[in-house]
Design a protein around this ligand. Structure first.
Ligand code: NAP
Length: 276
């Protein structure tokens, strides 16, 4: 039996067992995917003992993604851009890690807004946290000519821009109303709009009718931002698809089959999210 898991502290809330469990059943694989609570400080030891524990690899969630990055022998460019790893596998005696949020975000856009990267000249990213770092890297890697990052704490947006001097503009949150009209793609990567967080208080009046609006928050599934954007006729891209697509590379590495993100899988997770 092939085994993998998700490590975090705490780890009870993660939904990845639902995704991988669905695929294991769907593809008839003799495998298991569980949760492992790993205390802060114990990440490197846990990862080095993956083989002894009979694990092919693992996902890594908060607060361990940076410590996991530091413990890797090899990482992909997305992980370097973010400074964090969320997917780990063993290659012989070596530990290899990637940040699958980058590919998850891009694949989800490809799926929900096909052709978006040919149309978007100007992307406006709200937020400059861990998720924003990966998304900005993804947008740059797809050749989007102008990427602007707006964040409440301007210094964090500036820190992201410093890593990509030619392509990124860092702007203050108060500049948003002025900049909204230039955007072909608006992406919310802040936690605003998530259950238990304040709503994203951003009037969309200035947005071009052709602009695509994406929200990576997926609890609730239909955020206030997406509801307001859809009511104005914008193409919208929701965050659950990103969560599903980011799970693909790990499953493929551990269990040997590249799984499909289907409507059935989406419905499976959506039912769980609606139930909470
Ligand atoms: P993070 O590193 O903690 O960053 C949070 C971001 O939200 C920062 O830019 C922060 O601004 C901003 N923010 C928080 N409260 C705010 C407020 N009251 N006003 C203005 N800005 C505020 O979190 P993260 O890991 O990037 O995750 C962000 C969100 O994305 C979460 O809701 C998470 O669930 C979601 N997410 C979804 C996926 C997916 O697969 N769909 C993947 C990753 C993350 P400051 O810098 O000023 O604090």
């Amino acid at each position: 039996m092939i085994r993998a898991c998700c490590i975090g502290w705490p780890v009870t809330h993660v939904r990845s067992p639902l995704i991988h469990g669905f695929w294991l059943k769907r593809y008839g694989i003799d495998g298991a995917y569980g949760r492992e609570a790993v205390e802060p400080g114990g990440v490197a030891d846990f990862l080095r003992s993956l083989g002894d524990r009979g694990l092919a690899g693992c996902n890594v969630t908060i607060p361990h993604k940076e410590a996991a990055f530091a413990a890797m022998d090899e990482v992909d460019p997305g992980a370097v851009a973010v400074g964090a790893v969320n997917t780990v596998w063993r290659d012989g005696g070596r530990l290899v890690g990637m940040n699958s949020d980058v590919v998850g975000f891009l694949k989800n856009l490809d799926h929900q807004a096909p052709g978006w990267d040919r149309e978007v000249g100007n992307a406006l990213v709200l937020g400059a946290g861990g998720a924003a770092r990966g998304i900005v890297h993804g947008l740059v890697s797809r050749g989007i000519p102008v990427v602007t990052v707006a964040n409440r704490s301007l210094s964090k947006a500036e820190a992201i821009a410093a890593g990509h001097p030619r392509a990124i503009r860092a702007v203050a949150w108060d500049d948003l109303p002025r900049l909204l009209g230039d955007a072909d793609l608006l992406v919310n990567t802040t936690s605003l709009g998530m259950v238990g967080q304040p709503r994203l208080d951003l009037p969309l009046d200035g947005l071009k009718p052709s602009a695509i609006v994406s929200d990576i928050v997926y609890v609730p599934l239909e955020t206030d931002l997406l509801v307001r954007a859809a009511a104005r006729g914008h193409r919208t891209v929701e965050g659950l698809g990103m969560l599903l697509h980011q799970a693909v590379p790990g499953f493929a590495r551990w269990f040997g089959i590249t799984p499909e993100v289907t409507a059935e899988l989406h419905a499976h997770l959506a039912a769980d999210i609606r139930g909470h």
